[in-house]
Design a protein around this ligand. Structure first.
Ligand SMILES: [Zn+2]
Length: 250
């Protein structure tokens, strides 16, 4: 597996299998859902076996198809589509067909979660890149995460969702007028992460809620093509998982 290039879906799947095979004490896998095109969505569980209960950190990647830097893809249908040719390279959404009269494909999975669904930073136009779907959790991929995390809600310590957009650590919510109840705690963790990244990699990250950090939000989305490779993360501790995913407005 070559870490210095982008990898196809098949290469990523083979890498996941290899990780599990070579590290049986630490890595195990599990299928927790299916995509619209019936691909299995798998997770890798990383951790030593323990007799005492442990908290988990959830990390998902690849919710946006074109953000190729990530691994462990959620939006596999979109990812495979983005590999077809230059005309599909910047595909972002899922691959489910439009409903009603709409002939366009795909929902922005990141805008399909049910927390404050459809409130800000979305479009109701099915052909647009930030279309939030016919209803909350209309997409199987968003549903799979929501249901899985719903079942493990009490075990979760932290939720990270990885994008490739800017050197940013975003905390909930992605709403200009609503702050997370534990906003101060999230910022404290985010600022500590910024410091740690800086000291190890010398990269400077910004931390804040998306309306605070992404002042040019709509413009930024439109200008995505020129964006650099980076990571954003949503942090949470005491909130429910189901809230969090929908707070990422990137
Ligand atoms: Zn993204």
């Amino acid at each position: 597996y070559d870490y210095t290039k982008y990898n196809t879906m098949d290469e990523i799947s083979a890498w996941m299998n290899q990780m599990e095979r070579e590290n049986p004490d630490v890595v195990s896998s599990m299928i927790y859902g299916q995509t619209y095109e019936n691909r299995n969505i798998a997770l890798l569980k990383i951790g030593l076996n323990s007799t005492t209960p442990k908290k988990a950190v959830w990390m998902d990647c690849g919710i946006h198809a074109r953000e190729w830097i990530v691994k462990l893809l959620l939006n596999m249908d979109g990812y495979i589509y983005s590999w077809i040719d230059n005309t599909t390279r910047l595909w972002r959404k899922s691959r489910s067909p439009g409903t009603g009269n709409c002939t366009c494909f795909g929902t922005d999975l990141n805008r399909n979660f049910y927390a404050n669904w459809g409130m800000v930073g979305i479009s109701r136009k099915c052909c647009l890149e930030i279309y939030n779907g016919p209803s909350a959790l209309s997409e199987q991929e968003a549903k799979a995460i929501t249901e899985f995390l719903g079942m493990h809600q009490n075990q979760l310590l932290c939720y990270l969702t990885i994008h490739s957009y800017g050197q940013l650590i975003l905390v909930p919510y992605g709403h200009p007028n609503i702050s997370a109840p534990n906003y101060d705690e999230l910022m404290e963790v985010g600022l500590a992460a910024v410091k740690a990244i800086e000291s190890v990699h010398g990269k400077s990250y910004k931390v804040g809620s998306s309306p605070d950090v992404l002042i040019c939000l709509k413009q930024c989305i439109l200008n995505f093509k020129s964006a650099a490779i980076t990571v954003t993360a949503t942090l949470w501790t005491t909130l429910t998982a189901l809230w969090i995913s929908s707070t990422n407005v990137i």
